[in-house]
Design a protein around this ligand. Structure first.
Ligand code: C2E
Ligand code: MG
Ligand code: MG
Length: 453
């Protein structure tokens, strides 16, 4: 009896042990799956979040958290395609991993962003290691893809081990962002950098409130027929009527909105603002000219983009022909076919669609090849070169190209008589710029419309 009981207990203990062991293995397996980054096969950001503190406690050496990415990766993806983009990321990951072996780890956060934990003895050693690693990343990527990439990295020297992982990442990322602006390869985090990122966060919150309080409005910049100087349209340009009485310009807040995703709300707000004013003008019996609204990349990536446009013009009872949508080259999302479809849909509804800032980006010709726009807008940086042999040639041929593709050409940023005359001689269709008119508040633009109507 005792023997039987002992066997039963041993069996029970063994079963419990096996169950416990399997559960543990299963848990480990699940965790590994959660930590796995599908693109590189390495770890993802979740691993960093969960494991950073235990890694820091294990090693008593100095530690640095390094945020690293590729400059203009989005553009590289657009020009060379997503497959090449993926190849670049895998090559980069390979080098980062080789350099992290037995001395920290690397995780793939998102897109082209990686984060490294690195243990080091001296700053000199860390600098040498950074130089070498960046050099090897460049070499590896160049050998694999024939593309030279520029790297930006932000280094946060971990002094307080118990800080939240997010806070440490914020510091490394803040240094990376400033490193990119200063066109350096790497930069160490300093307290003053956090002030910049805190200021950006505060600006984000202020913008959110400003949208709710309807502090944004549009100024209108007329567009003219180049030959007759007749008003043919206007571009709505966002302005911020700040509570302190000053006027906020897009350059001061659009980049922050783009980074935070708030640009979607801004674009909708502006589209609705323009529709409501067009509706008011039509009701007054004026004959408004078509108004252009700028559309950001985030807006075009939103799935409901067409539905929103249609619902809004219906809500305000404004015919689509009164609206032009300006899409910049940098909006050319990875899935170009989708954007080509969007452009087709927009045009079939009756909106005019313009390719804005033509020539300022990298994929101008590709965009023209894939998509049918009504007009292309020659970027101000090209208008500025009118008067030089090369500049004249480029502008003249761009206008010719637009016409041969059945599109109109509009030049932006026209400031001088010389530029204006040259554009007329080249048969440019429309002109926008300080030479004929600066952007103006809505009241002034309404006086113009009344005179015209
Ligand atoms: P953009 O769409 O290329 O707009 C043209 C910019 O050039 C405007 O600057 C305009 O004021 C300026 N400009 C026009 N003619 C001249 C000229 O002859 N000389 C000079 N020096 N500048 C001229 P602004 O209003 O500061 O807008 C800058 C950019 O901000 C716009 O470039 C556009 O990309 C963005 N933006 C403006 N409003 C909106 C908006 O409602 N939504 C979105 N997503 N972006 C907007
Ligand atoms: Mg524009
Ligand atoms: Mg433009």
């Amino acid at each position: 009896m005792t023997v039987l009981l002992s066997i039963a207990i041993i069996l029970l203990v063994s079963i419990c042990f096996i169950l416990y062991y399997r559960q543990k293995k299963y848990k480990e397996h699940l965790l590994q799956a959660c930590y796995k980054d599908l693109l590189t096969g390495g770890y993802n950001g979740f691993y960093l979040k969960e494991q950073l503190h235990s890694e820091l406690n294990r090693d008593k050496n100095n530690a640095a958290l390094i945020a690293i990415d590729i400059n203009m990766f989005q553009e590289i993806n657009e020009i060379y395609g997503v497959q090449t983009g993926d190849k670049i990321l895998k090559s980069m990951f390979y080098v980062l991993q080789e350099h992290s072996k037995n001395n920290g780890f690397v995780v793939h956060m998102r897109a082209d962003e990686f984060m490294l934990l690195r243990f080091y003895d001296t700053i000199d050693q860390l600098n040498q290691w950074m130089e070498l690693m960046i050099q090897e990343i460049n070499q590896k990527i160049e050998t694999h893809t024939k593309i030279y990439v520029a790297i930006s990295s932000g280094i946060y020297l971990i002094e307080e081990m118990n800080h939240a992982v997010e806070k440490m990442c914020d510091c490394a990322n803040a240094a990376r962002t400033i490193c990119k602006k200063q066109q350096k390869k790497y930069l160490y985090f300093h307290e003053s950098m956090r002030k910049i990122s805190i200021a950006e966060k505060e600006l984000e919150q202020t913008i959110e409130k400003a949208i709710a309080k309807k502090e944004f409005c549009a100024w209108f910049q007329p567009k003219y027929n180049a030959h007759t100087k007749q008003l043919i349209g206007a571009e709505a340009l966002i302005r911020w009527n700040k509570p302190d009485g000053t006027l906020g310009m897009p350059a001061q807040f659009i980049p922050v909105c783009e980074k935070s995703g708030k640009i979607l709300n801004i674009d909708r707000y502006m589209f609705e603002y323009v529709c409501s004013n067009l509706s008011r003008w039509i009701k007054k019996g004026w004959k408004p000219v078509p108004i252009s609204v700028n559309m950001s990349r985030a807006y075009l990536e939103n799935r409901d983009v067409i539905q929103y446009l249609v619902d809004t013009i219906k809500k305000y009872n404004v015919p689509a022909k009164y609206l032009n949508l300006e899409i910049t080259e940098s909006s050319m999302i990875e899935r170009e076919e989708i954007l080509a479809q969007l452009v087709e849909q927009m045009r079939s509804i009756g909106f005019g669609v313009l390719l804005d800032d033509y020539g300022a980006g990298y994929s101008s010709l590709k965009s023209l090849n894939l998509m049918n726009f009504d007009s292309i807008k020659i970027d101000k940086s090209f208008t500025d070169t009118i008067g030089t042999t090369k500049g004249n040639n480029i502008v003249q041929h761009t206008i010719f190209l637009a016409h041969s593709l059945g599109m109109k050409a509009i030049a932006e940023g026209v400031e001088t008589e010389l530029q204006y005359q040259f554009l007329c001689n080249c048969n440019c269709d429309y002109i926008q710029g300080y030479y004929l008119s600066k952007p103006m508040p809505i009241k002034d633009f309404e006086c113009m419309l009344k005179e015209e109507g």
